[in-house]
Design a protein around this ligand. Structure first.
Ligand code: ADP
Ligand code: MG
Length: 698
């Protein structure tokens, strides 16, 4: 520890401090880390020595199996072993750049290696010695070249055959990070091991210190693997413990005890019969509602599977039991649509539905709020924002949240303040592979609608380029002529300066004036006033508009069964799940429906994605494809799921470890629900840290 803590700048540190090194010591006490570097470390989320030790490498450069020059793969980063044949003095190039160039080679070939503006690069290289060069080999058989490679000696490689490559940031390269970490490795013991001894034995895991040392500087591939396995296990265990604890907190005894109702009268009032999946989901919900703890349930179903009807049945039962219900939607358009549909289903039972929106006049709003407070309104429909807007319920028994991937713990807390632990039903159309769903929604029970209402035909989906637009408009015109309606979705509201995106406003002008001159075309986007939005939507729903040019504000929920064509401009801009949602706006009636993905982007990855969507109508397959090609980080932005970002584990690939950790977490929590035992205190602290960072616990 002597040389470690040469402090740069500021008052000199008393000598005793050198020995009171803790995981919380700031990285700026490290040798070679000044205030600037410390700032850059902070950009990577690294403040303390513990953070630094836990900044795991993304990959390794394998110096242990170098290529010969002839075998080196072209234009790929690789390690080549070669002897220095010639080492002429460096030169200054015209323009002032400095260049060092050596010739290296093996028995068969030679390699010209050049460094720019790095006069020290060749200083230590000795003629006739072998070195390892890491970089990209370019050029043909006759003149192979490498520019600015890293160099290692045989001795260095024996000591560290695998060199860690770290996530870096501007001004802080992987090499510098590696240097800092290497000085710390002798002190890896600083990190306490949160995993109890028996657990290490049971799963044959490395200790924390051994794992940290090995992950940064593995002697063999096996060692790197064992280190990863241990660290992934720890991370997933902590994650599962956190989720498990949220679940325990969530299932408080309910303030709205209800009788187990028979939904038959509600089903009988409908013009159609519910699907088997809808019946099953409603049964599960009604059972929850009559239990002693409050419901925390996620209803998952592909677009068009009829989630609203399930919610309606639950709301019906809640009101029948003498409580109020609330339905929260992500957009005003959707809130208005839900209020209308639910009113149609509930009014025959004498149930009163109130719509609460941001655009309401003050007087109307006051009246509505009073009705909610006095129990005159049985169901309140509004946007997610109504929660925070001082709405007081007389007897709130059930809250339904539509189209939200995850209803955060914080929001749940706000809801609990509105009433004593009301029941909660969250509805989501983002289908998640089951294992992942269990993990992400580990604190919720899940009902799945895996059946579409009868008579639906898959939406015919086609990829086209802008050149085909003329034909497309002809097609739209014929569909409209046959009494159908169409959507056209554009990514932007206004034109962008570079003209790269189709903007709804100008598109609307074009299409309204020139392309569909005899048709009634409406314009919809997020910047319209709530009233204007409602008017446009009403016109479209009532068939007073033939076409709707819109941004993605209509992505979720909108239900107009007479609409049969969805055109998506700049389709390359969206993730598959979003495209699938948009496509779900059509194909809601019995008529044949179409979706056109318009894109001039010919990149292979884009075309592959779009073609995939053409080939399937299964939301789960779409989500799986998105997950595999874009990764879970992208798919479940942490904003959506409220889970911490993982450092080393990968939810898609580490499923076996995930299951093991899940079982272990459940057992641990069963024995010690609040993680209060002394041997669990470190784990409890880790959980707190992981989830506070993600903001999920507050
Ligand atoms: P989503 O699950 O996407 O929210 P909706 O609840 O909007 O789906 O329902 C889609 C459409 O299917 C609506 O027009 C709804 O009236 C209709 N629908 C729902 N359930 C049934 C059913 N059992 N039989 C026939 N039509 C149904
Ligand atoms: Mg819906």
């Amino acid at each position: 520890m002597r040389i470690l803590f040469l402090r740069k700048g500021g008052p000199a540190m008393p000598a005793e401090h050198h020995t009171t090194l803790t995981p919380d010591t700031p990285v700026r006490y490290l040798k070679g880390v000044g205030p600037k570097t410390a700032e850059r470390f902070e950009k990577l989320g690294i403040v303390t020595l513990a953070d630094l030790l836990c900044h795991y490498p993304r990959r390794y450069i394998d110096f242990s199996r170098p290529y010969s020059i002839a075998e080196a793969p072209p234009d790929t980063e690789c390690v080549v072993k070669a002897e220095v044949f010639a080492k002429p003095a460096g030169r200054i190039l015209p323009g002032g750049r400095r260049m060092e160039r050596i010739t290296a080679g093996d028995d068969v070939s030679s390699l010209e290696i050049t460094w720019f503006n790095n006069p020290y690069a060749t200083q230590k290289l000795e003629l006739g010695q072998e070195y390892y060069f890491e970089g990209i080999v370019t050029g043909g058989m006759l003149r192979r070249q490498m520019v600015n490679p890293q160099v290692r000696t045989a001795a260095q490689i024996t000591a560290a055959p695998f060199e860690a490559v770290y996530p870096q940031t501007e001004g802080l390269s992987s090499t510098v990070i590696a240097k800092c970490i290497r000085q710390l490795l002798p002190h890896a013991e600083l990190l306490p091991d949160p995993l109890p001894e028996e657990m290490l034995k049971k799963y044959r895991l490395l200790s924390k210190a051994d794992a940290v040392r090995a992950i940064h500087c593995p002697a063999t591939e096996e060692e790197a693997f064992a280190a990863r396995r241990r660290l992934i296990y720890e991370e997933l265990l902590v994650l599962q413990l956190g989720i498990g604890r949220m679940k325990n907190r969530g299932s408080a005894s309910t303030g709205a005890p209800m009788q187990r109702l028979d939904p038959a009268p509600f089903w009988a009032s409908l013009p159609f019969s519910p699907t088997g999946a809808q019946r099953r989901a409603v049964d599960e919900i009604l059972t929850d509602l009559s239990g002693s703890t409050s419901m925390n349930r996620l209803l998952q179903g592909d677009v068009g599977s009829g989630k609203t009807l399930v919610a309606a049945a639950a709301i019906w039962a809640c009101i029948r039991s003498g409580y109020q219900a609330a339905l929260l939607a992500p957009t005003e358009i959707l809130a208005a649509q839900h209020a209308e549909n639910l009113n149609r289903m509930l009014a025959p039972f004498g149930m009163r539905v109130a719509l609460l929106t941001g655009g309401m006049k003050a007087a109307a709003r006051r009246t509505t709020l009073a009705a909610i407070r006095s129990d005159e309104a049985d169901l309140v429909v509004g946007t997610h924002a109504i929660l925070s807007e001082g709405v007081e319920f007389a007897r709130l028994g059930l809250a339904v949240v539509d189209e939200q991937h995850r209803f955060g713990v914080r929001q749940r807390g706000m809801l609990a303040e509105k009433a004593a632990n009301p029941h909660l039903l969250v509805m989501s159309a983002t289908p998640i592979p089951r294992t992942l769903g269990l993990l992400i929604y580990g604190d919720l029970d899940i009902s799945i609608l895996d059946e579409l209402p009868p008579g639906r035909k898959p939406v015919k989906t086609r990829c086209i380029t802008g050149k085909k637009r003329r034909d497309l408009y002809g097609f739209l015109d014929r569909e409209i002529g046959a009494g159908r309606q169409v959507y056209i979705v554009c990514p932007a509201i206004e034109d962008t300066p570079d003209g790269g995106l189709n903007a709804v406003k100008s598109y609307y002008e074009d299409i309204a004036k020139a392309l569909l001159p005899d048709r009634r075309v409406g314009l919809m986007h997020g910047k319209l006033k709530p009233k204007e939005k409602a008017a446009v939507m009403d016109d479209f729903k009532a068939g007073r508009l033939d076409a709707l040019v819109s941004t993605t504000v209509i992505e979720v929920g909108v239900d107009v069964p007479n609409a049969t064509v969805m055109v998506i401009e700049n389709a390359e801009r969206y993730g598959l799940s979003a495209l699938h949602q948009l496509r779900g706006r059509v194909g809601r009636g019995a008529a044949e429906s179409w979706c056109f993905l318009v894109s001039d982007n010919t990149a292979e990855s884009v075309q592959k994605r779009l073609k995939f969507l053409c080939s399937t109508s299964d939301g789960f397959a779409v989500a799986q494809f998105d997950l595999e090609t874009r990764g879970p980080g992208d798919f479940f932005g942490s904003r959506q799921h409220g889970l911490p970002t993982l450092q080393i584990a990968d939810l898609m690939n580490d499923t076996r470890t995930l299951h093991a950790a899940q079982a272990e977490a459940a057992a641990l929590l069963a024995a010690d629900p609040l993680l209060e035992a002394p041997e669990h205190s470190l784990l409890a602290a880790q959980v707190e840290q992981m989830f506070t960072k993600a903001g999920a616990m507050n």
